[in-house]
Design a protein around this ligand. Structure first.
Ligand code: BGC
Length: 500
């Protein structure tokens, strides 16, 4: 018979909820021999499934680099390497008031940014939660919602401001639209949605110019703005990071989705050499690297859990790299491992586990919480499982879950390092070193994510990998979008490529 000791206590989660915890602890020796062995065996198997050796990482980097180059040469490639028509770095002297709207994976955000020059800015913002229904409802309705929110923001924050923004008749404010999905662009204020990512599926949007759709909604709600630039969050992050820290040359987002942008020489983007742009110019490239290895699945070490995540997603075959890394998927990968072990009779013997069987019920934030649980008893993990899934856990199970979270989180960070390494090596930044502006919930909240990226870079490049350092980036979707709107105004006022 298994002896268990029971006790109770409470913990407070980061979101402020108090969880009452009833513990059921078994000493290791108390566990039936078969269960102990099986869990340890499974952990060993999972370790080898989820661990990336330095050699494997270097192979991924090589294939990644090739994919980046192919994307620059030809249109419609797996990694699309999208030219953004953002020419070069900001001078630092850009100034003015700009509105920015950011349709990301989870929220809609509206900001007023005052760019003050010298790396300084001020920002006023409001956030609106997007519902699951809105993500699947007709695309034009989604843009109508964005226009309505923007109108409300202007009415509450700007219209009555003294000496400020009382717009005259017919006067408009410039608007940067941060739309963080892959869009092919042939000028800065236009973009055709290639595909939805991050679980969005709004019909009548893929294949359409989303800037034009948004303009239709802005006109419908009589919002006094002029949409001057359509921007990806990574491009915004790149420019915003460089504005405050000029050693930043690459920007990454590790959040609900994942992606990177960097500054490329126009002469090295063969697919746009018919546009007659001065080859000595630079242009920001939105890599859309989340698509790396999509469809063919030749290079990434996908496990059977990753394959299930992919095949049951609303976009099977797509965003293969993103599905191993981003916050939308990590919790689901862990949940699938747990469910397999429940089916095999290894975990939660004799308990009702129906709550764990619901797809996407295991939030990626739980992995962060499990990894950062500071208690010997792993009280946070007890709290998660009792409160959200109504199951009791043994200490051995909790240690197993924590080890599993670590494997999945570490793999995500090491794959992220492979993407960064591919850009670094393509651009020849290794010797001189460079700074990588990074943002997103995984990067900002997952304990050790940045350190694991840095370890990964050393595994790939040896000691020189230390020359590449990531740092928390400036708010790309707000500040970055405003800086790009400002740069575009300066460029067009100067008569430079006004049609682009
Ligand atoms: C999108 C990118 C975006 C990234 C981070 C991905 O799913 O395709 O455009 O930059 O998420 O938000």
């Amino acid at each position: 018979m298994v002896l268990s000791r029971r006790g109770s206590g409470s913990i407070t989660t980061p979101s402020g909820h108090t969880l009452t915890i009833h513990t059921r602890t078994h000493d290791e020796e108390d566990l039936p021999h078969a269960t102990k062995k099986t869990m340890a065996d499974h952990l060993r198997r999972l370790e080898s499934t989820f661990t990336l050796t330095p050699q494997r990482m270097r192979m991924i980097v090589e294939a990644f680099k090739e994919a980046l180059e192919t994307g620059l040469e030809k249109n419609n490639q797996v990694v699309p390497m999208i030219p953004t028509y953002v020419f070069g770095w900001p001078s630092g002297s850009e100034q003015g008031d700009f509105l920015a709207i950011d349709l990301g994976g989870t929220n809609l955000r509206v900001c007023l940014v005052t760019v003050q020059g010298d790396g300084k800015f001020e920002i006023t913002q409001s956030k609106y939660r997007l519902t699951e229904d809105q993500k699947q409802d007709d695309g034009q309705k989604l843009f109508d919602f964005c226009a309505e929110c923007l109108k409300t923001f202007i009415d509450t924050n700007l219209a009555q401001e003294e000496g400020g923004f009382c717009l005259g008749d017919g006067q408009t404010l410039p608007l940067g639209f941060t739309f963080s999905y892959p869009c092919s662009q042939n000028k800065i204020d236009h973009g055709v949605l290639i595909r939805w990512t991050k679980g969005f599926g709004a019909p009548n949007t893929e294949g359409h110019d989303v800037a034009e759709m948004f303009r239709t909604s802005l006109a419908k709600y009589k919002v006094p703005v002029t949409l001057t630039a359509l921007i990806n969050d990574t491009t915004g992050t790149l420019l915003a990071s460089h504005y405050v820290n000029p050693s930043s040359k690459i920007a990454c987002i590790f959040g609900t989705g994942c992606n990177a942008a960097y500054m490329e020489h126009v002469k090295d983007i063969p697919k746009i050499n018919n546009l007659g742009i001065d080859p000595s110019f630079d242009m920001a490239i939105n890599c859309e690297w989340g698509a790396f290895d999509s469809f063919e699945h030749e290079h990434l070490p996908r496990t059977k859990y990753d394959i299930i995540v992919d095949e049951t997603s609303n976009k099977p075959g797509e965003q293969s790299f993103e599905k191993l890394i981003s916050g939308r998927y990590l919790g689901e990968i862990l949940r699938l491992v747990i469910c397999e072990l429940i089916d095999e009779g290894v975990l939660f013997l004799g308990q009702n586990t129906y709550k764990l069987e619901v797809t996407y019920s295991f939030d990626t934030a739980f992995l962060s919480l499990m990894e950062s649980d500071p208690t010997d008893e792993l009280l946070m993990i007890i709290g998660i499982f009792t409160h959200f899934f109504a199951v009791e856990t043994t200490l051995a199970e909790r240690q197993f879950f924590r080890a599993l979270a670590k494997l999945i989180g570490r793999r995500a960070a090491r794959l992220s390092a492979c993407g960064i390494a591919a850009i670094v090596s393509k651009m020849g930044y290794l010797d001189e070193g460079c700074s990588v502006g990074a943002d997103g919930s995984l990067y900002n909240k997952y304990p050790g994510f940045a350190d694991r990226i840095h370890e990964g870079l050393v595994d790939i490049f040896g000691d020189k990998g230390r020359n590449i350092v990531t740092h928390h980036a400036e708010d790309g979707s707000g500040v970055g979008s405003a800086i790009i709107a400002a740069m575009t105004k300066v460029r067009k006022d100067a008569g430079i490529y006004t049609h682009l």
